[in-house]
Every structure is written in C-alpha cells, then in structure tokens.
Design a protein around this ligand. Structure first.
Ligand code: MG
Length: 435
C-alpha cells in the first residue's frame, strides 16, 4: 500500500451490540440492567451500561452474580445469534451506502474508507452523525463513529466517542487541535490501544509508558527493538501514519472471518459454493489454530456495487450448530446450508464470506447436551482434523480438503431465556397491538 497517500478511516461500532439488539425489539428492556448469557446460559457475554455500572465484569458466570441480579433486577437473556447476525447484516448493508470500501471487522464493528468522500459532506463529523441517525432509524441500533487517519487512531476515536459525552457519539480526531488530542490521549490508558493486550501493556508500564500519549511519543525504532514490527507499526499508526490497509484480515478473537472477492464474477451456486467451501476450510483451520470451538456460522454473498449495469443483491444468514465444534465437515455443511438459503439465481456475484461466531475455548468444560456426539466421535474428529492440518502445513494449504458431505440434522442449543428470532423467522415476528 502507498503510505504516502493520506488515508481516512471511520470505525463504526454498535454500542453493547447484543443488548441493543434485544432492546430494539423489546423496549421494556430500555434503561434497565440487562445481560446476555453465553451458550447454555453460562457466562455474561454482553452487558448494558447499567450492568457495567454495577461492576459486573465480562465473562463472569451467571450463577456468581445471581444475588446481585436479584437485588438490582438484572434481566438475563440467552444469546440469540440468529438475531444478532441478522441485525449485523442490516448494519453492514446501511454502511455500504456510505462507502464502497468497507471491512467487516467483527459482528458489530466495521472500518470504512472515507478517501475521496470529502466533496460529498460538509464535514466528516456530519457524515458520522448521518451514519448514526440512519442506523438508529433504519435498524434500531445505537452506534458510535470514530474518524481518523489510521485504523488504530479510528479505534481510539471510537473509544472517545463512546466515553466522552461532549462528542455526541461521533469523534473526528483529525478535526481536533493537536493540544486537544494530546490531552485526550494523556487521559486514556495505554491498554486501550488496538493490539496492546494485557501482556504488552504490563511490559509498557514497566518502561513507564502508561498512557496513549506516552506510547505515541515513543521512538518507533525503540519500540521495535522491544516488541517487534507489529508494535512499531502501532506507534506509527498512533502518529497518523497509516500502516494497516483496509483489506488486511485482522485477528478477531471473538469471531473469525474469511471473505474474499472472486477472481471473476460468478453466476451459479455451485461455483459460489466451491469458493465459500474453501473460505470455510480456511476459517476452520484458523479456529483450530486459536484452539476455539464455534457454535454459530454466518455466511454472506454480494454482487459488485461498482457495476452499475448489473442488478444488485446482497444477503447473509446465520446457521446455529447443535454443539460447539471445530470439525470442518460440520462447519462446511452449515455454510452451504446457509448459502442455499440466501442464493438467488440471475445475479453476478462478486464476493462471499463466512464468519464463525459464538466461539468458546476448546479446553473449557462443556455442558453435555442431550444430543451430544459421543466422546469417541469427538476424539475421532479431533484426530482427523489434526491429521489434515498437519498434512496441509507440510505439503501446502489445500493439499487435503474435505468434499461436501451430507447435512446433519440440527437441533437447537439450550437457551432457556432466548428472545424470538424477530427478523428471520415468520413465526417469531414482533407483534404490534393496537388498543
Ligand atoms: Mg460494540
């Protein structure tokens, strides 16, 4: 990428995504403490601001806070990934109206390239506010927008937009004075910087680098000698030098996304299925590398918005799995099942992708589900997958790939407190009552 060219990015992030999706369809959940629980109703995976204010931490087991919940009337809901995935899809569809260059970073976050859009808007803050009101009106979700000259800075700008009420949910960093930015960066802990995990922030602290401002002021060469080239880039990015381009596939911890444009436009479902299967194969490899299991698959397709002469179509859907898995065969079946649902004949498709969601750790104690595969099956599957990964790492990617196998019957996972699939199931549409 040509780094001498001035870049401008917007990071659009849905506030408390899962809770906000629930609130969009159940207004009674507004302004009260709400949590969403992980698969099998185990741990807190999303918190409303009211719950955050009570000091409830992310990932805490639900039973541990039951007393607190009683005391403060905290409402708990099972995770409804079908709803969240569909709502995410709606947000992304709205965002594509603003910029043709968009990177879906996770279920609730997208980077937009704003290069070349300055002629269309009074200011980028106006653009950010327009995104915010449009998504609120058309999808029903609250978002914050961070605008800056590198991806790392746009993440920070988003953080500021969320935390500082005076920005009214949109922070255009590049429009602020140097002094203002410096003051903001002094007040933000270094661990808030994108890519600075707990381990690195501890090391930084031992070097007396505590705030974003202090990290920004470091010599990037010095940082490189201590932490390597990735952190060097982070320091450059903090100084407005864009090093991370939009297309770069980022390391998502809670979701794994593999999505690419096809070499040519594709028409038939068989060709698209083949491409999508290879993306899923790659996604499943990534899943096993980070030692995770997945319980929900999102698949999407789209035409090329730059070809004005073509009819346009894009869609995506979520396929829940009966139990967490890292088995490529099961994940492939889910992706292809989803693809069959969203594919429409007669369009020239440019791109497809898959997202693995509802990830959990491989080592985490799993609750036995009624329909759980026997332990021997799990062992067999694990052995097969590690043999495939080994062969592919020795002989090159895709040496051994899995042909499409039959679709397993899916039962729904345990979710006692789950909300209806308001947007994707005719039998579960929201009902409006008129008196
Ligand atoms: Mg968010």
């Amino acid at each position: 990428m040509n780094t001498s060219e001035k870049q401008l990015f917007a990071l659009v992030d849905v506030n408390n995504m899962y809770v906000s999706c629930e609130r969009a369809f159940n207004p009674r959940l507004q302004n009260i403490p709400v949590v969403v629980l992980s698969n099998n109703d185990g741990c807190v995976v999303a918190r409303s601001n009211e719950v955050k204010a009570l000091g409830v931490k992310m990932g805490v087991p639900w039973f541990q806070i039951k007393d607190l919940a009683k005391q403060h009337n905290i409402i708990a809901l099972s995770s409804n990934y079908t709803l969240y995935g569909d709502m995410s899809n709606r947000v992304m569809t709205e965002l594509r109206e603003y910029s043709p260059h968009i990177e879906v970073y996770s279920i609730d976050e997208s980077f937009l390239s704003l290069n070349g859009l300055n002629g269309l808007w009074n200011s980028f803050t106006t653009l950010g506010q327009d995104i915010r009101t449009t998504i609120s009106r058309n999808v029903g979700l609250p978002v914050c927008v961070g605008i800056a000259s590198s991806k790392t800075l746009s993440k920070l700008a988003n953080h500021i937009a969320k935390k500082r009420i005076e920005f009214n949910s949109v922070c255009e960093l590049s429009a602020l004075s140097t002094n203002h930015i410096e003051a903001l960066f002094q007040s933000i802990d270094v661990s808030e910087v994108w890519g600075v995990g707990r381990k690195i922030s501890e090391q930084l602290r031992s070097m007396n680098i505590n705030s974003v401002a202090e990290l920004k002021a470091c010599s990037s060469k010095n940082i490189r000698s201590h932490f390597g080239v990735v952190m060097e880039r982070t320091v450059d990015e903090l100084n407005g030098i864009s090093c991370l381009s939009l297309e770069e596939v980022s390391k998502a911890k809670q979701q794994i996304i593999v999505s690419r444009s096809f070499g040519k436009l594709l028409l038939t479902i068989d060709e698209i299925a083949e491409a999508t299967a290879s993306y899923m194969t790659r996604a499943a490899e990534k899943l096993r590398i980070q030692k995770s299991l997945c319980q929900s698959v999102y698949v999407f397709i789209q035409t090329n918005p730059f070809r004005g002469q073509d009819k346009q179509y894009s869609n995506g859907c979520v396929v829940p799995l009966i139990e967490p898995t890292n088995d490529t065969r099961i994940l492939l079946d889910a992706a292809l099942k989803g693809l069959t649902q969203i594919y429409r004949a007669g369009y020239w498709y440019k791109k497809s992708g898959v997202m693995l969601m509802a990830l959990s750790s491989e080592n985490q104690q799993r609750q036995i589900s009624l329909f759980q595969t026997s332990t021997t099956d799990t062992v067999k599957s694990n052995n097969l997958m590690s043999a495939i990964d080994k062969l592919n790492s020795i002989y090159g990617r895709d040496t051994l790939v899995i042909g499409r196998s039959g679709v397993d019957k899916q039962w729904s996972m345990k979710a006692e407190l789950v909300s209806p699939r308001y947007t994707t199931n005719w039998n579960e549409l929201p009902i409006a009552l008129a008196n």
